[in-house]
Design a protein around this ligand. Structure first.
Ligand SMILES: [Zn+2]
Length: 417
């Protein structure tokens, strides 16, 4: 261990039982029949969850600040008020039928770290903030991670406030309604570092018996809309060899895309989960078919090659069947590579605590991906049962959650010393 690492060592440990109790109490807000939580962003249940977090933060003696996009910052003062803060957090909103841990864990682990540092009388030079980011999930306003995007300077505040749900209610109006349109400006301040603890939402750590995932970054992601044009015809009269069936062509493409994913190493994930048929009538040969490709890979350059192969495969299938094809870019986000120093901090903390760990890429997007644009950022993954997430049955072990929070404590203390 070098001198810096020795200096960074903190003997304080979090209280795993208190963390678990906090998680279970929070899960009662918006509790669903299947044992999960449903707290869609900026609804009444989101307000109640925020209120509970703020209550706990105040009881812990933290100074609470809310910014204009509703992000909540609960601050534990450092010895140097001018030092940039070390932030940690995640989100309290969930999918409509979400679990008890996605997002919530990162928020309450950060709160638990601040509580534990108090219990052990540990002082830090930099202030420490436990943060709740508004609307990570994106299931109501059709754009996730918006508020952390505003904080990081990637999204304009005015644009974010104007985003509307299917009923025409904007984020700005919804924030006012639940009382979380705060007065503080959004972002624009130096941040020493940001750490986010999260369940893996995948099966790797559990399968390998590892407690901590040292997250290197998040995958690049590209969405494409493929429109296949054939010719409608009578299902009873047009012989098979005279048809231009758009759905048959699209089906071949879906199978080809799936097979293509297995030909690259490391393997991308390619999904078609949205497919529409025109006119969608049982006795008309489909004249049109539109589907969306979701493709992801940890490396941008590799995703370039995969994209070219996907376009070629679909084009060849269309040409062979005499079908028209148009492939349109819907959205693309580059791979996130977290800060090397933050990655090292997390790995070293896991080692110091004697926790089995491995490096891992995040398959999902997280607020940390936005924060990485504005500050040195790192993430800590812990296992979840069978890798299930965005599901009421999402589950994680108390001891793993406690271990992840202990790593978070070490990481925050190291960057705040
Ligand atoms: Zn999440």
């Amino acid at each position: 261990m070098n001198r810096d690492a020795a200096k960074a060592r903190v003997d304080a440990r979090i209280d795993g039982e208190r963390l678990w109790q906090s998680l279970m109490a929070m899960a009662e807000i918006g509790a669903t029949p299947g044992g999960g939580s449903g707290r869609i962003a900026l609804t009444d249940s989101d307000r109640q969850a925020r209120d509970l977090f703020v209550k706990w933060a105040k009881e812990a003696g933290l100074a609470v600040r809310v910014d204009r996009i509703g992000n909540i910052f609960a601050r534990r003062a450092g010895t140097d008020a001018k030092a940039p803060p070390v932030l940690a957090g995640s989100h309290l909103d969930t999918q409509p039928l979400g679990g008890r841990f996605d997002g919530v864990y990162g928020v309450l682990a950060a709160l638990e770290v601040l509580r534990a540092l108090d219990d052990h009388g540990v002082e830090t030079r930099s202030p420490l903030d436990a943060v709740v980011w508004t609307d990570e999930e994106g299931c109501r306003f059709a754009a996730g991670m918006v508020a952390s995007g505003v904080f990081a300077g990637k999204v304009a505040l005015a644009d974010a406030l104007r985003l509307a749900d299917p009923d025409g209610v904007t984020i700005g109006v919804a924030l006012e309604k639940i009382g979380y349109a705060g007065p503080a400006p959004v972002g624009g301040v130096p941040v020493a570092a940001y750490f986010e603890a999260h369940i893996e939402q995948g099966p790797v750590l559990e399968a390998e018996g590892k407690t901590i995932g040292v997250v290197l970054g998040a995958q690049a992601r590209r969405y494409f809309r493929v429109s296949v044009a054939g010719e409608e015809g009578h299902a009873g009269t047009l012989p098979m060899d005279r048809r231009k069936d758009a759905l048959v062509g699209a089906a071949r493409m879906v199978v080809a895309l799936n097979a293509l994913a297995f030909t690259f190493a490391p393997r991308p994930v390619i999904t078609v989960g949205d497919l529409r048929v025109r006119p969608n009538s049982r006795n008309t040969i489909p004249g049109g078919c539109v589907f969306v490709i979701d493709s992801r890979h940890p490396e941008d350059a590799m995703l370039d090659r995969i994209e070219a192969a996907m376009r070629r495969a679909c084009g060849e299938i269309a040409a062979a069947a005499g079908l028209g094809i148009a492939i349109e870019d819907l959205s693309r986000s580059d791979a996130t590579r977290f800060d090397d120093r933050c990655i090292t901090t997390v790995r070293r903390a896991a080692e110091r605590l004697g926790l089995a760990h491995r490096d891992i890429h995040s398959g999902a997007g997280h607020d940390a991906c936005n924060l990485a644009l504005a500050a040195p950022t790192g993430m800590i993954f812990v296992p979840c049962e069978k890798g299930i997430s965005h599901n009421e049955t999402e589950n994680a072990k108390p001891e793993d959650l406690a271990a992840g929070a202990d790593v978070l404590l070490q990481a925050m203390a190291e960057w705040a010393r």
